[in-house]
Every structure is written in C-alpha cells, then in structure tokens.
Design a binder for this molecule. Structure first.
Ligand code: MN
Length: 257
C-alpha cells in the first residue's frame, strides 16, 4: 500500500541493479531468484486476493466452495445442481462445457450451449461460474460466460503441496479432491484435509444423480453427501480461524425463485 513495485521480466541472467537503484524514487532493487517470478512471494510478499465475481473473493480468510457436476448435460441437470449446491452452502458453481476426454466416444460437452446453461444457472441462483477452457480460443468464449476460467491439471492431490506452495507464492490455492482421488468415498476426507491444510478453496464434483452422469459419475458426490461435507468444512474452517465464504447475494430477479 505504501510503495509501488515495478517488475522486470524476460531477462535470462542477472540484471545490474546499481543503475536502477541510483534513480530518483527507487527505494530498493530486489533480485527475484525463482523462475516463477510473478507468482513468487519475493515479487509480492502479501497474499493476493482474487475477486472472481461481485462479493466472491478467494485468497483471503474465507474458504470458498466451488461445486457442481463434471459436465453441463442439460438445463434441468445444471439448474437443479446449482440450486442444490447453493442450498448446501457453495459459493460457486462448477461445470464443464468443453470436456477434455481421451476417447472420442466419450461425452465431449455441450460447448457453447453448455456455457449458456451455466449463465442461466447463475441467473437462477446467483452463484459465480467456474468453468474450464481447453485452449486459447476457448478461453475467450469461456471468459464471456464464466466468472473464473479453470485450466485443467488433473489426477494428483498431494496435500503437502498446499503449505509448501503457500510459502513460495502469494496466489490463492484451490484443491480438487474429486479429480485428485477419482473415487466418491475418498473425496470427502481429502476435501476436509485440504481445508485443514490451508487451501483457500475446494473444487468438488456434485451431481443430482451421479449414476446417470455423462462423465465422472463415480467421483461425484450425492447432493446430501455434499451438504454434510459443507457442514464439516464449516467446523474445520472455524477451528483454524477461518470461515466458509457466504454465498453471493441473489439478484432481486431471482430472490423468490
Ligand atoms: Mn470431472
């Protein structure tokens, strides 16, 4: 708040700081030694709080819960899921419109229609939308409809990474216990552990009817399991001096839906 940091990126070797240090108004030259400069705490010591939608921020004291189905399948499915996760205490709705699948025979997602349905679910519930982009072109489109772009990183959940990365980076950390375990019964304990370890948020798959899910049904929580998980996370967050983020305000248009 009291000083302005100016960053130099793109240099391969060490830059001679003495000429810069001699300029008027320069208090200090700090050499950032890590290859990951802009995300490192040397660049910015204090936590970065990212506001993804009005009233929805991640990276501070509040723990955000992002929940919803793996894929957007239909209007009824996504709106039902949105209402269920909101009622249980989620802050954001997740759901994929473009699905990175290894088999061409697997469900590939609804594409643009999926994004439109996510926007409808936001209108119905007030939840912020987190959805995945698979490439640069898709990112532009996803940014038009979603509040937060998810970039896939999958099949790993090492909880020691949470405190380690928090020491190195000022950015918020969100844990994905669903893709990290792939098995419904393992998602719940890992979600609890992620919040206990200090994650700023969790991303969890919940489906109104997991047996009929077109993707990742085996790791999707039943709505009542998710509601129980949120109650537990509220206690865990409270025990470490944090709290679950409140759901965003509903717009007046949807207040009585
Ligand atoms: Mn999934």
């Amino acid at each position: 708040a009291q000083r302005t940091a100016v960053g130099l990126v793109g240099n391969d070797g060490r830059v001679d700081g003495s000429r810069i240090e001699a300029l008027a108004g320069v208090a200090q030259v700090i050499h950032v030694t890590q290859p990951y400069k802009q995300v490192s705490r040397e660049w910015r010591p204090e936590n970065t709080i990212v506001t993804i939608a009005p009233g929805v921020s991640v990276g501070g004291n509040d723990v955000i819960v992002i929940a919803g189905p793996c894929s957007v399948e239909s209007e009824e499915q996504i709106v039902t899921a949105a209402r269920q996760v909101r009622a249980a205490g989620a802050t954001c709705l997740r759901g994929g419109a473009f699905k990175p699948r290894s088999s061409p025979y697997s469900f590939q997602g609804l594409g643009l229609r999926g994004l439109e349905l996510l926007a409808l679910a936001r209108k119905e519930t007030g939840l912020a939308i987190v959805t995945e982009a698979m490439d640069e072109e898709g990112a532009e489109l996803v940014a038009e409809y979603g509040d937060c772009i998810q970039i896939g990183a999958r099949n790993m959940l090492d909880l020691t990474a949470i405190p380690i990365v928090q020491g190195l980076s000022h950015l918020p950390i969100i844990a994905d216990p669903s893709h990290g375990t792939g098995i419904r019964d393992k998602v719940i304990p890992m979600a609890r552990a992620a919040v206990a370890a200090g994650a700023h948020g969790i991303l969890v798959e919940v489906h109104p009817n997991p047996e009929r899910a077109l993707s990742d049904g085996a790791q999707s929580l039943y709505p009542e399991q998710f509601a129980q998980l949120v109650r537990e996370l509220r206690s865990i967050a409270g025990a470490i001096g944090r709290r679950l983020a409140p759901a965003p305000e509903r717009t007046t248009a949807t207040a009585h839906v």
